[in-house]
Write a protein that binds this ligand. Structure first.
Ligand SMILES: [Zn+2]
Length: 226
């Protein structure tokens, strides 16, 4: 049986790995990440609303009264998720909010947990945020691009400044403990982003292979090697 710190670590790891898997599965190779494209590939409809126009699916849901206070949320129609965003939301916050909703869906958070009063509500919100920030600002990519400042992170990843500030702190902590590229999944993410990494443009005499970080050079192992 897992003890409580092991359970917390597992929850963190699940959200982190889901973000990496999503980047890999949907072939994301540039920043800012387009969350709209991922929803489209998943076949999930994303609609907007405003105080002038409230879609019927929202009117029918128990969120009708509070919709204008929210940035985005998911409702279910015949078991199909429909994601809605408030048209008044600034773009960086909207990107984060949509990534957060995607996190709920891909981490299989059941709608019954979304009730404000459900005991699990706080913890699934934390997990959805963890997923969102890791999807939108993959640490290994920022490190390879030498991006450490919160303003640069906000600009490059299209993140709200508050989230970018947290990400900057996290990058510092990861660097201090040398925790980058410890996972095969993270290595795959970095390889996928190779076109936007700064290596080869200034080193045209070097082949891409010779300019990859040593941890990514092919060593004959498959990604599934132990
Ligand atoms: Zn949420």
């Amino acid at each position: 049986m897992l003890n409580s710190s092991e359970i917390l670590y597992k929850k963190y790891k699940d959200a982190r790995d889901a973000a990496w898997n999503t980047l890999i599965l949907f072939n994301v190779d540039k920043l800012p990440v387009s969350v709209g494209v991922i929803f489209k590939k998943l076949g999930i409809t994303v609609g907007k609303y405003s105080n002038k126009e409230m879609p019927i699916a929202i009117k029918r849901s128990d969120l009708a009264e509070t919709a204008l206070l929210q940035r985005a949320f998911t409702v279910y129609s015949d078991n199909n998720p429909l994601v809605f965003y408030n048209e008044a939301t600034p773009i960086s916050e909207l990107r984060f909010s949509l990534a957060h909703e995607l996190g709920h869906l891909l981490l299989s958070h059941s709608p019954s947990h979304w009730n404000q009063n459900a005991p699990t509500r706080k913890s699934i919100e934390i997990d959805a945020n963890r997923f969102a920030v890791r999807l939108l600002s993959p640490a290994c990519v920022l490190k390879e691009m030498n991006i450490t400042d919160k303003n640069e992170i906000a600009k490059l990843c299209g993140l709200p400044l508050s989230e970018a500030g947290e990400r900057a702190k996290r990058l510092k902590a990861l660097a201090k403990r040398n925790l980058f590229l410890k996972s095969e999944l993270e290595k795959q993410v970095l390889e996928q982003f190779y076109p936007i990494l700064p290596y080869s443009s200034n080193n045209s005499d070097k082949s891409p292979e010779s300019t990859l970080p040593s941890s990514l050079k092919s060593n004959g192992e498959t990604p599934d090697s132990p």
